[in-house]
Design a binder for this molecule. Structure first.
Ligand code: NAD
Length: 499
């Protein structure tokens, strides 16, 4: 049995006597490896390594740090096929989608290649008599990231690329369900010229997360995962005086106006609802057609589109999506389908009971479509995180807009329409962090920032883009005067003003 170990100070760091957690192959349902779970003592080894390496890395000029990022980008591209296969084997998503996962992370590495420009401070000459004021951005020191299973390349790169380029040392605690790609990325960063100790990977579960949150040397924690844990991490990190940005779960709505291009909209929604087996925080698991005619037309077209979908193994080029991540998660999704039925919704297409020939033990679910969902149903209020699409009917745009606005989550939302005026008002009014207009998965590009509202995001700074740079640096503000000598310029017991 392969044992996946930690990556500390530039090398694999097996830890004798560690607890082990199974790493499954979701396609077959079999255990394919085990991952070591670290203890607080193991974390200390990673912190000692980071403490040793970080001052010199912070003192390395930003252009040289950027060159490491350029090389890292090249190496990720050169190893794309190997990384994608490794990712699919542990996560279950189809190969093309794994490449998308890696590519979206790579784009943040590209952004980080511009770090010399991004770190430039501000300067005011002559802010007062003979006084200049300037500010500079300095790294925090040692920072940590805790990541979910569903994007094992993209999310570790969202965090680590920016943190490292800013001059920090980064400790990554990836999901224990698919830990191999994060380790491989750390190896490639080392090969790209990153000094040992600047990117350490420590595996584990709650025990190690708590140790990260309590460790006084770690100055900031970035978390992405489910909302209850995001909230917990946010509160414990803040109580310990750390910066924290904690992204949580989601229930993204797709609102369809009667004037939308329905064929394009159906194509977009089917991809966004069922792609990656619905295991995306920016999936579209609820649609809100406006008007009964729109709802009926969408339902008919969706049923036809769903009939053409086929879950399969990740290497099957004809499969649109793969299995869900674990048997436990499959049972949870099935439970939500039953809950919707029990709550009085109409099960239009039932994806339960699907079995893939030759892979009968894999965690597959065929697409499910549920109509006549209402806002009081728990199956609507909760994040299901599987290949399940719900239809919540509305009579007006105002009513439709109220659903995502009033939902506990506020990650993403999409509006499908040809009406620019309606779209503009919708974008201004909806209480959701990321809005798509005829774009089903509005994940902002790497030089903007990513973050949801309400229970989808705790903390004020978003992931990557300039918010990432702000999160991983602190500004120092310097007010300077160089006396020319001679008489004392002034003395005052009044707060200095610019009066
Ligand atoms: P998860 O919350 O189970 O795990 C996330 C991380 O927290 C993992 O590293 C895990 O080891 C750790 N963890 C688990 N239980 C913990 C505990 N009790 N205490 C401390 N740490 C703990 O999430 P997941 O199942 O890996 O990922 C899916 C979730 O992540 C979904 O809710 C999805 O919407 C969300 N997600 C959100 C975003 C976003 O940007 N908003 C992006 C991707 C995923």
């Amino acid at each position: 049995m392969t044992v996946i170990t930690h990556f500390i100070h530039g090398k694999s760091a097996p830890l004798a006597g560690a607890r082990l957690s199974d790493v499954l192959d979701p396609s077959t349902g079999q255990v394919q490896a085990q991952v070591e779970l670290a203890t607080p003592a193991h974390l200390q080894t990673a912190i000692d390594s980071a403490l040793e390496a970080q001052p010199a890395w912070a003192a390395t000029n930003p252009q040289r740090r950027a060159r490491v990022m350029f090389k890292f980008k090249e190496l990720i591209e050169a190893n794309m096929d190997e990384l994608a296969l490794m990712l699919s084997r542990e996560h279950g998503k189809v190969i093309a989608d794994s490449k998308g996962d890696i590519q979206r992370g790579l784009e943040v590495v590209e952004f980080a290649c511009g770090i010399p420009h991004l770190l430039k401070g501000e300067y005011t000459e002559g802010a007062g008599p003979g006084i200049d004021v300037y500010s500079m951005r300095q790294p925090l020191g040692i920072v940590a990231g805790i990541t979910p299973f569903n994007f094992p390349a993209m999310i570790p790169l969202w965090m680590s690329a920016v943190a490292i380029a800013c001059g920090n040392a980064f400790i990554l605690k990836p999901s224990e369900r698919d830990p191999s790609v994060p380790v491989r990325l750390a190896e490639l960063a080392l090969e790209a010229g990153l000094p040992a100790g600047i990117l350490n990977v420590v595996h584990g579960d709650k025990e190690i997360v708590d140790a990260i949150l309590d460790h006084p040397v770690i100055k900031a924690v970035s978390f992405v995962g489910s909302s209850d844990i995001a909230n917990y991490v946010y509160q414990r990190a803040a109580a310990n005086g750390k910066r924290a940005q904690c992204m949580g779960g989601a229930k993204n709505h797709g609102i369809i106006l009667p004037d939308a291009d329905l064929d394009q909209t159906v194509a977009d929604i089917v991809g966004a609802a069922y792609g990656s087996a619905g295991e995306r925080c920016m999936a579209l698991p609820v649609i809100v057609p406006v008007g009964q005619a729109t709802a009926e037309a969408m339902r008919t077209k969706l049923v036809a589109a769903i009939e053409t979908l086929r879950p399969g193994i990740p290497t099957d080029p004809d499969a649109q999506y793969g299995p869900v991540v674990t048997g436990q998660h499959k049972a949870r999704v099935e439970g939500y389908i039953q809950m919707a039925v029990d709550e009085g919704a109409e099960l239009v297409v039932d994806g339960r009971g699907f079995s893939l020939q030759g892979y009968e033990e894999g965690f597959y679910l065929a697409p499910t479509l549920i109509d006549h969902v209402t806002p009081t149903m728990k199956s609507y209020q909760d994040e299901i995180f599987g290949p399940v699409l719900q239809i919540l009917r509305a009579e007006t745009l105002e009513e439709a807009l109220s659903y995502p606005t009033n939902h506990q989550y506020g990650n993403g939302v999409a509006l499908f329409t040809r009406n620019g005026d309606a779209a503009r008002k919708f974008a201004a009014q909806v209480e959701v962090g990321m809005v798509g207009i005829n774009v089903p998965i509005p994940v902002p590009v790497a030089y903007h920032s990513f973050g949801g509202w309400k229970r989808s995001g705790f903390g004020d700074l978003d992931q990557y883009g300039m918010d990432g740079v702000r999160f991983y640096t602190r500004t120092k503000k310097i007010t300077q005067r160089w006396p020319t000598g001679g008489a004392v310029i002034d003395q005052s017991f009044v707060i200095p003003t610019m009066k």
